[in-house]
Design a protein around this ligand. Sequence first.
Ligand code: SAM
Ligand code: SF4
Ligand code: SF4
Length: 334
Amino acid sequence: MEAVRDALNRPLRDLRISLTDRCNFRCQYCMPKEIFGPGYAFLPFSEVLTAEEILRTVRILQSLGVSKVRLTGGEPLLRRDILSIVEGLSQMNLEEIALTTNGTLLPRLAPALKEKGLTRVTVSLDALDDATFQTINGVGYPVAQVLEAIEAAAKAGLHPVKINAVIQKGVNEHAVLDLAGYFRHTPHVLRFIEYMDVGTTNGWRMEAVVTAKEIFEMIHQKWPLQPLPPRRPGEVARRFRYQDGAGEIGVIASVTQPFCRGCNRLRLSADGQLFLCLFASQGFPLKKLLREGASDEAIRESLRALWQGRDDRYSELRSVMPPKPRPEMHYLGG
Ligand code: SAM
Ligand code: SF4
Ligand code: SF4
């Protein structure tokens, strides 16, 4: 089936679904606890898409080209119906059903997720020492338990496990070599992500970004690296292998080397809005159509037109764009 193409000729392929805007962490760069405190008004459950609504949306989008789905949030494993969502997706013959998690509930859920058809898991871990990691995650969660979650996922057959680390200047630069050293000689794939200006609550500044180039240099000086070719068009991570054969890493240079030209991602927020870009200030109100009785065909045609009109490329234009309001990552789906 031919995927629908946008105004810059980019096909629709990847769908990221935020299953909930809630989370049991308060990472400084995503949901700072000063703002997301006990009184914070998360989405009422009646506004969050049900499993049936999510599965119907994916079915419609699959007919427009979507072949990969990533479940994210917020913390996607907080959804009580996570297993039935994965099971429903696995009946659709998608190329990939992936999930990004902080790992807290993974040891318990990994075998069932694998059994229901999850194909890949990414676990976020920003440092290897408790002093740094517990400050970043905002709730004092220990490193050892995340490492345990990674091993539980691998043991359940969800390998290779990807590890995401966001690096911020003056916060966790030392974690680059700590994490690289720890995951060398393992089958897990560590990926460093440049700190991004998503949302408006994290106080992002360009000076706080440790660039992909700096991350590469830090590792390359200690353990020489060589580039690997992209496995597919639109791949966001630049991949490298250790020259001594100790495995592979990825660096995602969202800020300093934007990859908008190959961006084939659509995002579905927890409350059923479709966003054409991580930095779009407005979403398309899909839930309204779903709940007002529109037919699959009518929804498909609206979504086809939506994607065909897409010309977003925020990261390429970041330095020349005036600041405007934009949704938070935990709501939109990281
Ligand atoms: N709670 C899950 C987790 O942390 O893995 C899934 C959602 S989280 C929003 C998805 C990914 O986005 C995580 O790897 C997180 O580190 C990353 N992320 C969140 N805020 C970010 C920011 N400002 N810049 C770069 N990455 C960010
Ligand atoms: Fe929660 Fe993930 Fe955001 Fe951290 S990055 S606050 S774990 S949603
Ligand atoms: Fe895609 Fe928008 Fe990110 Fe560019 S800035 S890569 S268009 S999500």
